[in-house]
Design a protein around this ligand. Structure first.
Ligand code: SF4
Length: 316
């Protein structure tokens, strides 16, 4: 006698997946001001395209200010990642009004820490991607800040910074990478290096949640921009546990049916620049592709599974 069992799939959304307060405030400011934005307001192409479609110009992040003035631009919006101090001063000098969407975590916490440590005589070492807008801006709020991100950067780091050195990190770096860099600098250059973990709360929460989830589900989908540092890092964390079954997508159109083969528990994470709607679109698409019963769950703060509020019912 043979029996056919209905296949079952549980989609589990990682705790705190999706946009953080800094990103939500920045998008709201861009929509409210409707002025040209100096760069992508957040690292999510769908959000940026949506603003452009509403007629809001997205300019080069480090636009030539002469050209802007000549083009008649009198107001701009600064993105959530921050903007270099000297460029803000230049905007002031030229009478170009700016609406500052820099995340308060940077304005009130990271820049303050940089200033305070320097006042106390510390040399600050920033650990993060030197080409990322956040690091370019943060660096400008100190004097002579060194940036390290790779083994080569550690090897090239000056060794005459004195006894008082402190490491501060990019808000979106992984804990693992920060620890690795700190240990490398302590081992090779500054044994007494202080280390301040300046990852922001939403990033920490998301990293912990994805790490917890990736250890027991069968596959993970991470949703968000490929240019988003925090989203890319979530995919990196998941890959530590699911190297061949972690899929980073920036659009629901990239989702492939074969990713659901032999999967009964599917974890879904989204970066701090990924709106809830993009995560819901993935839930919906998975349900369309999956031949069987789908249940929706969400992790709470403690990692307990609770019913997801997606849709009215537990299944589509
Ligand atoms: S990820 Fe952190 S630092 Fe970046 S905008 Fe969100 S809260 Fe601010």
């Amino acid at each position: 006698m043979s029996s056919t069992r209905t296949r079952e799939l549980e989609i589990i959304i990682a705790h705190s997946a999706g946009t953080c307060f800094g990103v939500e405030d920045a998008i709201a400011m861009a929509q409210e001001q409707r002025q040209p934005i100096l760069g992508p307001i957040v690292h999510n192409p769908i959000v940026v395209e949506d603003l452009a479609n509403r007629g809001i110009p997205i300019l080069e992040r480090y636009s030539d200010l002469d050209e802007l003035s000549e083009a008649g631009v009198s107001e701009v919006v600064i993105t959530a990642h921050g903007y270099p101090k000297e460029l803000k001063e230049d905007l002031d000098r030229r009478g170009l009004e700016y609406h500052d969407a820099t995340c308060p975590v940077l304005l009130k916490w990271v820049y303050t820490k940089i200033r305070r440590f320097e006042e106390e005589g510390y040399s600050v070492i920033l650990m993060g991607n030197p080409d990322h807008a956040e690091i370019i801006a943060s660096r400008s709020y100190g004097t002579g800040i060194q940036v390290v991100y790779t083994d080569e950067d550690v090897a090239d780091l000056r060794d005459d910074l004195g006894d008082r050195t402190v490491a501060i990190c990019q808000t979106t770096i992984t804990r693992e990478k920060f620890q690795y860099l700190v240990e490398a600098v302590r081992r090779t250059k500054y044994p007494n290096l202080k280390a301040i973990d300046t990852r922001c709360k939403p990033v920490k929460n998301q990293q912990e949640a994805v790490e917890r989830l990736a250890q027991w589900v069968d596959a993970m989908i991470i949703v968000g921009g490929f240019n988003s540092s925090n989203t890319t890092n979530l995919a990196r964390i998941a890959k530590n546990y699911l190297p061949d079954r972690t899929h980073h997508i920036d659009s629901v159109d990239l989702l492939e049916e074969r990713w659901l083969d032999d999967v009964s528990h599917l974890g879904v994470g989204g970066g701090t620049s990924t709106p809830k709607e993009q995560i819901q679109a993935v839930q919906r698409r998975v349900a369309e592709l999956f031949d069987g019963r789908v249940r929706y769950r969400r992790e709470d703060r403690d990692g307990e599974l609770i019913k997801d509020d997606f849709g009215e019912d537990d299944e589509i």
